[in-house]
Write a protein that binds this ligand. Structure first.
Ligand code: KG4
Ligand code: ZN
Length: 344
C-alpha cells in the first residue's frame, strides 16, 4: 500500500497483552484519547490469573473502544488504521485484542498494524499530548525498559530499529517489587505501594544483595530469596519498620538497574538515555536517572505517568511509525507470547 505524504492519519489502537484493556485514538503521534480498564480481580490472588484476564478483556474491550472514540470525538468512519499488540504477552489476553482488531479492520476495510509490545514501551517517548511541544529522544539512544514481565536495556537506532543489549536472567524488576511486596503482605501490584512507603523510610537501613551477572544483564531472584530469609528471622520488622524495608528493597533494585545502564551508556558512548515500562513510574528510579544525567552529562527522557504502565497510546505511536514505513499486518498474523525486541 502506498502512503500519501502529509496526510494526517487517525489510528485506533488496542492493548490487551496482560491485565489492562486499553484503547486509544491518535492523530499521527498525537494522543487524542487513551482509555484504560484495569482489572482489579487479580488483587485477591496476588498476581495476574491468565484465564481471568482473558475473560475480563472480553468484557471490557467493546466499552473501552467506545469510550476512546467518544472522548476523542471520533467515529469509526474516521479511522484510517487499527494498531494492536501482537506480543509478547499472555496468549489468552493477546487473542482478545488480536481477534477484535482483525474483525474491525475487515468491517471498516482499513489496514492492520501489528505492534511489538516492547518496542511500543520504548516508543511511548514519541507520544505527544495535543499542543505539547517537547524535545524527543535523538537517535541513537538507550532505553531501560522495566515492567512486570521484562527488564531490558535496548539500543534504539531508529523508530523501528532496536537491538537488545541486556536483559534479566530470571525475575523482571517489576516482578522483584511485586514478589518482595507479597512477602511483606503488601497487596498486588506491590511496586507502587513500595514506592509510596519508601518515601518515609531509610534506604540504607537494611542491606540486601545485588544480583551479580556479567555484562549488561540482570538477576533479581536472589534478592527475593534473601528478603524471604531476612523476614523469616525478623518477622516483627513488617509491623515496626515497613517503610525502612520498602526503602531498602527499592534502593537495591534501582541501584542495580542504574549500575548496568551507566555501564552500557559508557561502553556505547551514548548520552541520550531513557526509561520506560511500568517500573519507570517509580519515583526513586526517576530521580536516580535525573541525577545520573546531571553527573554524566546525559539528556534524559522520562515518560509521562500515563505512558509508563501498559497503555494503548504507545501501541498507536508504534503503529504510526509502521504506517509511515508501509509495514502493515496481515489477517494471517498470529499472536505471539514471546517475541524478540527486533521483531518488526
Ligand atoms: O508495564 P506494566 O504496566 O505491565 C507489564 O507489561 O508488566 O508494568 C507493571 C509493573 C508491575 O510489576 C508494577 O508493580 C510495576 O510495574 N510498577 C511499579 C510502580 N508502578 C508500577 N514498580 C515500582 N514503583 C512504581 N511506582
Ligand atoms: Zn508492558
Amino acid at each position: 500500500m502506498m502512503v500519501e505524504d502529509n496526510k494526517d492519519i487517525t489510528i485506533l489502537s488496542i492493548e490487551s497483552s496482560c491485565d489492562d484493556t486499553s484503547a486509544a485514538i491518535l492523530v499521527n503521534n498525537v494522543v487524542v484519547s487513551n482509555e484504560i480498564a484495569r482489572q482489579h480481580i487479580h488483587e485477591k490472588y496476588g498476581g495476574v490469573v491468565p484465564e481471568l484476564a482473558s475473560r475480563a478483556h472480553q468484557q471490557n474491550i467493546v466499552p473501552v473502544v467506545d469510550v476512546a472514540l467518544k472522548n476523542a470525538k471520533k467515529t469509526l468512519e474516521d479511522i484510517d488504521a487499527i494498531a494492536y499488540t501482537r506480543g509478547p504477552g499472555l496468549m489468552g489476553s493477546l487473542l482478545v485484542g488480536v481477534s477484535f482488531a482483525k474483525g474491525l479492520s475487515q468491517a471498516l476495510e482499513v489496514p492492520l498494524l501489528d505492534v511489538n509490545h516492547m518496542q511500543a514501551h520504548v516508543l511511548a517517548h514519541f507520544a505527544l499530548k495535543p499542543e505539547e511541544k517537547r524535545s524527543l529522544p535523538q537517535f541513537p539512544f538507550l532505553c531501560l525498559t522495566v515492567s512486570g514481565g521484562h527488564t531490558q536495556i535496548v539500543l534504539i537506532k531508529d523508530h523501528l530499529d532496536m537491538s537488545l543489549i541486556g536483559s534479566t536472567r530470571d525475575d523482571a524488576a517489576g516482578e522483584a517489587f511485586d514478589k518482595a511486596a507479597k512477602l511483606m503482605g503488601v497487596p498486588y501490584p506491590g511496586g507502587p505501594l513500595i514506592d509510596k512507603y519508601a518515601k518515609e523510610g531509610d534506604p540504607l537501613k537494611y542491606r540486601f544483595p545485588k544480583g551479580k551477572v556479567d555484562g549488561y544483564d540482570y538477576s533479581f531472584s536472589g534478592l527475593k530469596t534473601s528478603i524471604l530469609y531476612f523476614l523469616q528471622k525478623n518477622p516483627e520488622l513488617i509491623e515496626t519498620n515497613l517503610n525502612d524495608l520498602c526503602a531498602s528493597i527499592q534502593y537495591t533494585i534501582v541501584s542495580s538497574l542504574m549500575a548496568k545502564l551507566k555501564k552500557a551508556a559508557k561502553d556505547f558512548g551514548i548520552n541520550e538515555v531513557a526509561i520506560a515500562g511500568g517500573v519507570s513510574a517509580n519515583s526513586y528510579l526517576r530521580t536516580s536517572l535525573v541525577e545520573a544525567g546531571k553527573e554524566l552529562g546525559w539528556n534524559v527522557h522520562i515518560p509521562d505517568f500515563q505512558f509508563c504502565t501498559d497503555n494503548a497510546a504507545m501501541i498507536g505511536v508504534a503503529g504510526y511509525y509502521q504506517y509511515l514505513n508501509g509495514e502493515f499486518g496481515q489477517l494471517s498474523d498470529k499472536a505471539v507470547a514471546r517475541a524478540p525486541i527486533s521483531l518488526k
